[in-house]
Each structure stands twice: as C-alpha cells, then as structure tokens.
Design a protein around this ligand. Structure first.
Ligand code: HEC
Ligand code: HEC
Ligand code: HEC
Ligand code: HEC
Ligand code: HEC
Length: 474
C-alpha cells in the first residue's frame, strides 16, 4: 500500500488522475443512477453527467494508468511494470500476495469500466434524445417546435437525421461536437443553413416507414381558407391529387411518385447551393436512354453542384419543420377555432399584426396584443363580456401563429425556409415544371395544370363543395 502511495507521489500525472477519480467517480455513479431512474428532469443535469463528468473520469483513469506505467522505480518504490509483475510472479515467496493484488485490481478495473460503459451508453442515448436536440441546444428550438406541431412529432430527431449504420452515428456525433462548440462560442449561423449536407435524411430513412410503391391512386384534397372580409368567410378548394406510385407488382410508376421509381433515374444540377434554381434535368429510363432537359436561356456553365439524384427530400423538404405562411397559419387556427371566426375582420387584422417586423419574440407577443386590443377595444370600450372573451382568445391565437412559425432570434422570418411541395412563388415543383425546360428533341417538362391535380372547385363555400360531391355520386 505504501509502495503504491509512493509511486503516486513520484508521478504527478497519476496523482492528479487519482485525486480526480476519488472526488468525481462517486458523484458520477450516484448521479448516473438517479438519471437512469428518471428522477431529475433538468436537461442540464444530464449534460453535466454525460458531457462533463463522464469524460473527466475517463481522462483521469488514463492519467492514472499512464502515470503508473511511466513512473520509474528505484529500490524502494517498485513501479507496476511488466518486469515487476514477471519478477513477482516467478518468485514463489511473493506469488500469493501478488495474486491477490491482481485479483483485486481486475475486480476494481472491470467494475470501473462497467460503470463507465453504462455512463457512455446513457450518454449516447441522452445526446440522441429529442430533449437534447431540441431543448438543451436552444438554437434548435425552431426545429423542435415545428417538429412538435408536425405529423412526425412522434418520430425522434435521430430517426430521420442519423442513419442506423455505425458510420452515420459516428458522423453525427462528430458533427454534434462541432455544433456544441459553435453553440458554446456562439459562432453558428442564423438561420441554420439548409439544405443539410451531413445529416440530410436519406430516402432509405423515409422508407423505413413509408413505401412509395404502396401509395397509389388519386386522393381528394380539400384546402380550407378564410377570406379577409367582415365575416372571415370560410371557403374551400377541392382537388384530386394524383399521388400515384413508384410502381408495384408489375404496374408501372405513375403520377407524382413516378419520379422515385426504381425503373428510371432522375438527376438534376443546380445553379445555387440551396437547390432553388435548377438548370439541368437528366432522365435515364429503364432501357438506358438518356434525355437531358435544359432551362431555356440558361448557361450550362452555371451549374455549381454535382448532379443530385432526385429523392424524397427534393419535394418533401419540410415533412416536419413546417413553417407556414401567415395566411396558412391563421387559416389553420381559424379552422381549429383557436381564433374565433365570429370576430369581425379578424383574419384581416391578424394578418396586419402578424406581418409587422418585430426584433424579438417577446416584442412580437406584446405588439400583437397591443395592436389587436387597440383595434377592437379603443373605439369600442363598451364591449360586453362575451366580445371581450373573443378578443382575448383571438390575441392568444394570433400570438400562437407567430411563435410557432417565426423565430426572430434565429433570423427565421415568414418564408425563410421554403417548402418544395406545391408551387408557391414559382418554387417547389415549378423549379422544373414551369414549362421552361426543353430537351434537344424539343420535349418539354409539362406545366399542364392537370398533370398533378384536377381542381374540382376553387374557393367555394363548404356547402357548395358538399353539394358537388353528392352530384358526382349521382
Ligand atoms: C421526419 C423526419 C425528420 C425529423 C423527425 C426531424 N427532422 Fe430535422 N430535417 C428533416 C428534413 C427533411 C430537413 C431538411 C433537409 C434538407 O433540406 O437538406 C431537416 C432539417 C433540419 C435542420 C436544418 C434547418 C432546416 O430547417 O432545414 C435542423 C437544424 C434540424 N432538421 C433539426 C432537427 C431536430 C432538432 C429534430 C428533432 C426535434 C428534427 N430535426 C427532427 C427531417 C426531419
Ligand atoms: C419512424 C417512422 C417515420 C419515418 C422515419 C418517416 N415518417 Fe413520414 N409519417 C410517419 C407517420 C406515422 C405519419 C402519419 C402521421 C399522422 O397521420 O398523424 C407520417 C406522415 C407523413 C406524410 C403525410 C403528412 C401529412 O400531412 O399527412 C408525409 C408526406 C411523410 N410522412 C413523409 C416522410 C418523409 C419525406 C420522411 C423521410 C424524411 C418520413 N416521412 C419519415 C412516420 C414516419
Ligand atoms: C416529385 C415530388 C415528390 C417526391 C420525389 C416524393 N413525393 Fe411524396 N408526395 C408529393 C406530393 C406533391 C404529395 C401530395 C401532396 C402533399 O402531401 O401535400 C406527396 C404525398 C406523400 C405522402 C402521403 C401519401 C398519401 O397517400 O396521402 C407520403 C407518405 C409521401 N409522399 C412520402 C414520400 C416518400 C417516402 C418519398 C421518397 C421515397 C416521396 N414521397 C417522394 C411529392 C413527392
Ligand atoms: C428536378 C426536376 C423536377 C421536379 C423538382 C419535379 N418534377 Fe415532376 N417531372 C420531372 C420530369 C423530368 C418529368 C418527366 C417528364 C417527361 O418525361 O414527360 C416529371 C413528370 C411528372 C409527372 C408525370 C408523371 C407520369 O405519370 O408520367 C407528375 C405528375 C409530376 N412530375 C409531378 C411533380 C410534382 C407534384 C412536383 C413537386 C412536388 C414535381 N413533379 C417536381 C421533373 C421534376
Ligand atoms: C408539377 C405538378 C403541378 C403542376 C403542373 C401544377 N400544380 Fe398546382 N399544386 C401542385 C401541388 C403538389 C399542390 C399542393 C400544395 C400543397 O399541398 O400545399 C398544388 C396546389 C395548387 C393550388 C391550391 C393551393 C395553393 O397553393 O393555392 C392551386 C390553386 C393550384 N395548385 C393551381 C395550379 C394551376 C392553376 C396550375 C397550372 C398553371 C397548377 N396548379 C399546376 C402541383 C402542381
């Protein structure tokens, strides 16, 4: 025992390591135990355990081992080197003593490694958790909030962003460390750049749950809108969406999901890294024939990117981080009655209040409150209780429309992140389907309004839409 102590004092590294171990290791064991029990909710607690204490103990352990091996012995202080053990083990006199020492060391070291293993595994799970991704790392709170409001709120961040293979996990942890550093030093970009290059979900990831060859046929889509008039008139647009399929059981691919059929490959080259401005489209069909389309009047030398093979994300780039337009956000809340339709002109007034520029979320929430109060109460101070109730509800609803879609702290405003489904402002499908792509043989990528959907009725009252459905059945 004394010998051991003496060695420690001769090796500063081992001494430091041993001191840290003695202090931190018990804390680590106890706090990991509590964390695994789920006793403590604070995300900073897990952060402390897994990203500070865990690595610290590992480093201390390495210090001790390295220090012990390096410490050169004289007659009094015998170092625990290979030669030492060899000498001891071959001398019958000390054999028993050493054997005990070896057993004890093996027991200690393996229980230590076991604990460290548990810590490392829970640390891995913790950094994979939605809590860590979205909550702790506050710069991702826009992604977290939009995710919570999306159809994929039950799908974890890592299920989409990190493949199941080891390489994917390793890349992710490495990228994660860089991000943690950027967060700590406040050197990240605002808004976070898109499209992603490292953590972009792959087609394989989506196909863990969705099988494009399976969704076929046409579906009725009904889009609800409220007009900015006195009654906030509710109207609907009904269209048959040609969902199509990637081909199934010998049937060939058709409709919208024709693009991702296994039978052909569709590549495109862009003039901008954000994939907004597509310049060339190349289609290789099942027989190997290649058709290349160029945007009229564009210069092929403009193409900056490598060729992208079209996948799900080229259309579904917002399956979960869905930022709505002010119009769409209000329509959803009016439909859900979070904003009362009975309040005259509320759609119009809400739009005005929502689309003003605000420097922070807090100022926006206060500003919306103030403007709507002024609009509805200043000239009519004698509103009855019911009306006041509606106004309070409306204020909360419009604030919600803002806080779910705009994040001034991250420089995310209305329209910062484009959705490629549909064709708002000539984006999305119209990046290729705007009628300006022509092949050498004179073939054009279609802009025909009936190619993707058949509009049955546009901005009609819900009663008329129902009537129309019945007349189709007759
Ligand atoms: C259903 C799959 C899915 C889930 C679940 C998901 N994401 Fe995403 N995420 C995407 C896609 C798709 C993109 C856009 C990729 C692109 O355009 O390259 C994206 C983009 C991002 C971006 C870049 C900024 C942007 O909006 O383009 C961040 C940051 C991000 N996700 C974080 C998260 C976090 C944090 C979670 C969990 C709270 C999460 N993601 C959950 C699919 C997903
Ligand atoms: C872990 C399973 C899972 C993964 C992975 C997944 N999804 Fe989904 N997705 C779902 C579920 C479940 C729903 C249905 C949610 C509902 O109807 O409430 C859904 C719904 C959808 C919808 C319909 C949304 C709507 O508005 O009705 C689209 C489009 C979609 N997913 C695309 C994608 C894309 C693109 C990816 C890959 C980036 C992906 N999903 C990855 C499970 C998943
Ligand atoms: C060419 C663009 C495009 C590509 C590529 C694409 N989709 Fe879609 N997808 C759409 C459109 C458009 C819709 C219907 C409109 C909407 O959902 O808003 C749709 C609908 C869906 C739906 C809902 C289907 C239903 O029956 O309601 C799912 C799920 C889906 N896509 C998954 C995928 C997956 C998975 C991939 C990749 C393997 C993929 N999509 C590739 C454009 C595309
Ligand atoms: C990268 C370019 C590109 C984008 C983006 C794109 N398409 Fe296409 N699409 C094509 C090409 C090329 C064809 C085939 C043209 C041909 O050979 O006639 C096609 C064909 C189609 C067809 C006809 C498929 C069939 O049955 O033959 C539909 C429907 C369609 N696209 C819908 C969409 C929708 C919806 C979107 C947006 C969500 C979209 N496309 C986005 C390139 C694109
Ligand atoms: C390449 C496919 C494609 C073509 C061509 C196309 N659309 Fe669309 N359109 C879509 C998709 C996909 C949506 C659904 C967007 C969504 O889910 O929000 C849509 C939505 C719409 C909507 C309702 C929602 C909105 O954004 O207002 C209208 C109206 C519309 N299209 C009109 C047209 C007209 C008019 C044409 C002809 C010039 C046309 N579309 C051509 C794919 C297409």
């Amino acid at each position: 025992m004394l010998t051991l102590l003496r060695i420690f004092f001769r090796s500063p590294a081992a001494l430091v390591g041993a001191t840290i171990l003695a202090l931190v290791f018990p804390i680590l064991v106890i706090s990991t135990f509590f964390d695994l029990q789920g006793g403590i909710e604070n995300p900073y607690f897990s952060l402390l355990i897994y990203l500070v204490l865990g690595p610290l103990v590992a480093v201390a352990f390495i210090l001790v081992v390295a220090g012990l091996i390096r410490a050169r012995g004289d007659d009094n202080t015998v170092p625990y080197t290979y030669e030492f053990f060899k000498r001891q083990l071959t001398s019958p006199a000390s054999y028993n003593r050493v054997r005990r020492l070896v057993y004890i060391s093996i027991l200690l070291i393996s229980s230590f490694l076991l604990v460290l293993g548990i810590v490392a595994y829970s640390g891995h799970r913790y950094t994979d958790s939605m809590q860590f991704c979205g909550n702790f790392c506050h710069i991702m709170s826009p992604e977290f909030i939009t995710h919570q409001n999306s159809p994929h709120s039950r799908v974890s961040c890592v299920a989409c962003h990190i493949g199941k293979d080891v390489a994917g996990i390793a890349t992710a942890k490495f990228t994660g460390l860089k991000q943690l550093y950027a967060t700590a030093t406040d050197t990240f970009l605002r808004p976070l750049p898109t499209p992603l290059d490292n953590l972009r979900p792959t087609r394989k990831t989506c196909e863990e749950c969705h099988r494009p060859e399976k969704f076929h046929g046409q579906k009725l889509y009904v889009i609800d809108t409220f007009l900015p008039d006195l009654d906030n008139t509710h109207v609907q647009t009904a269209m048959i969406m040609k969902i199509g399929s990637g081909g199934y059981l010998g049937r060939s691919a058709q409709g919208i999901h024709w693009h991702i059929s296994e039978q052909h490959q569709l590549f495109y080259g862009t003039a901008t890294v954000d994939r907004q401005e597509i310049v060339r489209v190349a289609l290789t069909d099942a027989a190997g024939n290649r058709t290349v389309y160029f945007r009229k009047g564009s210069d092929p030398g403009q193409i900056k990117s490598e060729e992208h093979l079209m996948d799900c994300i080229d259309c579904h780039n917002r399956p979960t981080h869905i930022y709505l337009s002010p119009d769409a956000a209000l329509d959803q809340l009016l439909l859900a009655r979070r904003i009362p339709v009975a309040l005259p002109f509320i759609k119009r007034e809400a739009l005005i209040a929502l689309t003003r520029p605000y420097p922070t979320t807090q100022k926006a929430v206060a500003g919306i409150d103030e403007q709507l109060r002024q609009r509805y109460l200043t000239n009519n101070p004698n509103r009855n209780e019911h009306e006041r109730d509606l106004i309070e509800q409306a204020i909360r609803g419009v604030q919600q429309a803002y806080t779910e879609n705009v994040f001034p702290e991250m420089h995310i405003n209305w329209g910062t992140y484009q959705n490629f489904i549909g064709h708002r402002d000539g984006s999305g499908c119209f990046r290729c389907h705007d009628g300006s792509f022509v092949s050498a043989a004179g073939k054009t990528i279609s802009r025909d309004c009936d190619l993707c959907h058949i509009i049955l009725a546009e901005n009609e009252s819900p009663e008329n839409i129902v009537e129309m459905m019945h007349s189709i059945r007759r």
